[in-house]
Every structure is written in C-alpha cells, then in structure tokens.
Ligand binder design. Structure first.
Ligand code: PEP
Length: 245
C-alpha cells in the first residue's frame, strides 16, 4: 500500500513558513509516498499554489459539519475544497478535548468531508489513564465505530491512531503496542467496510521523528504517519518521508 505521510502544522505558520513547503518539494521529488501538509486555514490557498504538479497535497486541520450558514468563525469542507485542499484532519484529540468534539460530531464532519469530495483523516486514540486501565483497544474501537459515517471507503478515508499521551510529549508506544492497536483497527475496518477495510490507510501519530519513523513504518498495518512538531521544518519532515520509502 502506498504510504501516506501527513503533517499537521496546528496553530503555527505565517506567510514566511511557505518557504518550508518550497523546500519540501526539493527534498521529496522522488518519493513514492503520498505527502500532505496541513497548514492553518490562512495559508491553505497560498500553499496550494506552491504544490501544483508535485506529489504534495494540501489539507486542513478541521472543518464544520455544515456546508454554509450562521456559524461564525467556522469553515466548511466545501470552502476548503474551493481553496484547493484535498484532505481534512477530523477528530484530532486537541479538537476532541479542547472543543468538546464527540464521536457524533466527528462522524458528521467526516461525512461533510466526503460530501465535498475530500479525503478525511479521522483521528482516534486513548489517554494515558485509559491505557493504564488496560482500555486502549476498547476506547479506540468505540471512537472508530462512532466516528466513521456510512459512505466511508478506502479512497475517501484514512485513520490516524494517535495515543493522546504520545502527542507532543516525546513518548512513543512500543512497536508491540502500535501493532496491537493497528491490527484491532484493521479488523474493525474490515468488519465495517468489508473488503475496502483492508486498504484504508492507518497512520500512526505521536512524537514521530526521522530517527524513529523507520521502525514504526516496519510495523504491520502502519500505512503512514500523522506528524505534528516534526512537520514544521522541511528537513525534519523529509527525513520521515524518506524513512517511508
Ligand atoms: C499531532 O498533533 O497530530 C501529532 C502527532 O503531534 P506530534 O508529532 O508533535 O506528537
């Protein structure tokens, strides 16, 4: 399966940061992976201009579930498509925890992404206390079942397993823990989507960097990565991309 490597810039990036996308083009021209950069909304259309005719796509970090209306400050998936985005991250733990987004909201946003003809990267992951209680597989399964709407396919959806305790902390699960959760996600996807569930890409996210990416990519059912901090600098992000082959 072609790996998908997505960078989430979070609330970082000014016009000057577009130079990182320009540099990334020079560093990743020959990769076989699908590469996505998700800058803040304000940079999306300018970022799109930079990646024409390259293997890099531009994504967004969130969207509203509705197409339009009286939702001050929100951005719809249709607007993102209009700006040239191809992917949208939905259900990131920072949205789930800081903005109270539950599985129902995430499923509605994912459906909106599909409706707009874009690809959803749906995030799931357990907290530290849920892992300590031995509930990681159960929590991730429940989130996944609740967050994937009817109409999800391998072409319009990727899943990102992001243990909350590994995001931005430098902590990474063992390869065995990653393998166990990714296998459980694969089984659930096959149950829910049939044969298509075999080819939905399952990304790992949480403190991925160039030095640990190779071993993470060697784990069964790891089909790419969602990268936060290490996606901000082209050289760091390119190191992860080259580890994916
Ligand atoms: C993320 O925010 O999706 C993420 C994985 O962050 P980091 O790589 O910085 O842990």
């Amino acid at each position: 399966m072609k790996k998908l490597i997505a960078g989430n810039w979070k609330m970082n990036g000014l016009a000057s940061s577009l130079a990182e996308i320009v540099a990334l083009k020079g560093l990743t021209g020959s990769t076989a992976c699908d590469i996505v950069v998700c800058p803040p909304f304000t940079l999306i259309d300018r970022a799109v201009d930079q990646v024409e005719e390259t293997n890099i796509s531009i994504g967004a970090q969130d969207c509203h579930a509705k197409v339009s209306g009286a939702y001050t400050g929100d951005v719809s998936a249709e607007m993102l498509a209009d700006a040239g985005a191809r992917y949208v991250i939905v259900g990131h733990s920072e949205r789930r925890l800081d903005h109270g987004e539950d599985d129902e909201i995430v499923a509605a946003k994912t459906a909106a992404v599909h409706q707009a003809g874009l690809i959803a990267i749906v995030c799931v992951g357990e907290t530290q206390s849920e892992r300590n209680e031995g509930r990681a597989i159960e929590v991730v399964g429940e989130q996944l079942r609740g967050s994937i709407p009817a109409g999800a396919t391998a072409s319009n959806t990727a899943i990102a397993y992001e243990p909350v305790w590994a995001i931005g902390t430098g902590l990474v699960p063992t390869l065995e823990q990653i393998a166990e959760v990714h296998l459980s996600i694969r089984r659930l996807l096959v149950d829910a989507l049939g044969a298509d569930g075999r080819t939905v890409r399952i990304l790992y996210g949480g403190s991925v960097k160039a030095s640990n990416a190779g071993e993470i990519f060697s784990v069964a059912n790891v089909d790419g990565a969602l990268v936060g901090g290490a996606s901000l600098k082209a050289t760091d992000f390119a190191g992860i991309i080259s580890a994916a082959g």
